[in-house]
Design a protein around this ligand. Structure first.
Ligand code: MRU
Length: 360
């Protein structure tokens, strides 16, 4: 992606003993990059959501582990740091996937070679994520083009939830990749952007991305999607995901399930875009996915910019009000029209996934 004409990825190496990220907690008001120099830095950035989005935290975790290997390449240290990083966010499987892939690459290698191998493997994970996101874009583009062909001259209206764009991956995005490809191919589009309470990744990140790329869009309250579907103003829904189980169930940002229900009631196709690193082949059903419970402060406070340019956080509830904050929900496979992957689009079924990924 480009910021002010300069090409960025969402994570990048800095020499061989540090790496960079965009501080997503400061967007859209300020564009700030951070240099991370240790696994502890990476853990803090993931937990505080300075860096976020399932595929991206996988790549950041991999670079964090690679930095730890430079300090101490022993089996014990690799295992301890892996577990420390793995605990930072429990729902997105990409983090676990990347860390265990790093471990697999390193464990049987001579200690003296491990630092270089770890750095190279982290870079490979990042590069592969870019390639998978790009392929998801091309595969999803076909779906958008089919809808566009049925309504010549009119925009294709797409609803998305949370942020599954380039900020959530290393580049391109998952749900947003087909949207960028379609826009660049000249397809007329309009995107309904769910604000995505409580952290507002839609309002602050997706709208920022779409605006920077020139894609027409409007931020809507999370509760407005069903209304627009009833009015015939949503042609399709495309969301990302943090974990897909072997039966095709989909965990994604809290509120996704309600959108899938509304989509089914209104005959609106509901697609989920994902790289294969998001598939958890070890779980048979979404009921077994651990759902991250985040702090009450995310519900009770909100950050924004005042008219004099200051970014402040304010309380939105009476002092002492309790809050609960599950960060993800599970959309059953039966509500999903199709899974858009780097290998093509498949039904959200065990057979559909196995046909595309027979060796996984
Ligand atoms: O809590 P977040 O912001 O990390 O959650 C991210 C999402 O739910 C995304 O939609 C999902 O990770 C897909 S990212 C391509």
């Amino acid at each position: 992606m480009k910021i002010n004409g300069e090409h960025y990825r969402s994570v990048w190496p800095i020499g061989e003993d540090a790496f960079g990220i965009i501080d997503q907690t400061r967007l859209p008001h300020e564009f700030v990059t951070l240099t991370l120099r240790s696994a502890d830095d990476a853990a803090h950035a993931i937990k505080s959501m300075q860096t976020r989005g399932a595929p991206l935290i996988g790549a950041v975790g991999a670079y964090g582990l690679a930095l730890a290997v430079r300090e101490d390449a022993s089996d014990d240290n690799i295992q301890a740091v892996l577990e420390m990083l793995e605990e930072t966010r429990p729902t997105a499987i990409n983090l676990k996937w990347a860390l265990w892939r790093m471990r697999g690459t390193l464990m049987n290698q001579p200690h003296g070679k491990r630092a270089a191998l770890a750095w190279a493997e982290a870079a490979k994970i990042a590069d592969e994520d870019v390639a998978m996101s790009e392929a998801i874009g091309w595969n999803g583009l076909k779906i958008i083009e089919q809808v566009a062909a049925r309504k010549p001259g009119q925009p294709v209206n797409i609803l998305t939830h949370c942020n599954a764009g380039w900020l959530a991956t290393v580049d391109y995005g998952t749900a947003l990749a087909p949207i960028y490809m379609a826009h660049d191919a000249g397809v007329k589009l309009h995107v309904w952007v769910d604000e995505t309470r409580p952290r507002n990744q839609g309002a602050s990140l997706t709208a920022f991305e779409l605006g920077s790329h020139g894609v027409p869009h409007a931020i809507i309250a999370d509760n407005a999607g069903g209304h627009y579907m009833q009015k015939g103003q949503v042609d399709l829904v495309i969301v990302g995901t943090d974990r897909v189980t072997a039966n095709g169930d989909v965990a994604n940002k809290i509120g996704t399930y309600l959108k899938a229900l509304a989509a089914q009631d209104n005959g609106v196709p509901f697609y989920v875009a994902l790289p294969s690193s998001t598939i958890d082949w070890t779980l048979d059903s979404g009921a077994d996915i651990p759902i991250e419970e985040r702090g009450a402060d995310e519900m009770l406070k909100i950050a924004g910019r005042t008219t004099d340019g200051k970014v402040v956080t304010v309380e939105i509830a009476a002092p002492g009000s309790p809050a609960a904050n599950p960060a993800f929900d599970v959309t059953p496979a039966r509500l999903v029209t199709g899974l858009i992957t780097e290998r093509g689009v498949c039904p959200a079924t065990p057979e559909g996934l196995r046909n595309l990924f027979p060796k996984s």
